[in-house]
Ligand binder design. Sequence first.
Ligand SMILES: Nc1nc2c(ncn2[C@@H]2O[C@H](COP(=O)(O)OP(=O)(O)OP(=O)(O)O)[C@@H](O)[C@H]2O)c(=O)[nH]1
Ligand SMILES: [Mg+2]
Length: 207
Amino acid sequence: MDYSDSEPPPGPRREDLLPASTERSVKVVVVGGFGVGKTTMVGSVSEIRPLTTEETMTQAGVGVDDLSGVERKTETTVAMDFGRITLDDRLVLYLFGTPGQQRFWFLWNGVIAGALGAVVLVDTRRLEESFPAMDRLEQGGVPFVVAVNHFPGAPVHPASELRAALDLPEHVPLVDCDARRLDSSRDVLLTLMRYLYDSATAPREAL
Ligand SMILES: Nc1nc2c(ncn2[C@@H]2O[C@H](COP(=O)(O)OP(=O)(O)OP(=O)(O)O)[C@@H](O)[C@H]2O)c(=O)[nH]1
Ligand SMILES: [Mg+2]
């Protein structure tokens, strides 16, 4: 195609970005501590090739990054993950994964800005890794669900114990998942959307 100098090439058309039937697109963030499976979750559910910003972990991280439980990890997110999933014909979620390592947290505010809701991933071997993410969401007023991503050898706790350890109110959904699986990650996002919907439509006095 020939575009003259005075005519800029057309930008992406809406129908290239979204299915024609889409009525609503929503931003959702996937957060949690270092190595809990955020990039894995965004990648497993995304229907487009996910954007990742994985970099090889370097010697600079020795003594700084706590690798216990994820000793075989070789790459880490340095900016964000991005993916997209169409939940039903009319609703598209844009997924943003945050970096887990504390030295990249200055990027956090930009990544969570405008998010309708969040998934907090936790690893039961390192629950405390995900506390700061939950604190930040609470400060930012972003509602979230908590998903326990099961790793081999990770202790299995009854939900009541987990809720107590995470200081999680009864109304916040707590679910299990395998971030590597599309169906499991999708179920977590459906739980989040149902929670957001119920919170928005619940009578004020019930909140
Ligand atoms: N067994 C098991 N391994 C998983 C699961 N989810 C992720 N992993 C593995 O755990 C490692 C860390 O996963 P990532 O998705 O990179 O974790 P992350 O939270 O994005 O990590 P950072 O960006 O560095 O904070 C990878 O080697 C994954 O293959 C899971 O559900 N089960
Ligand atoms: Mg990552």
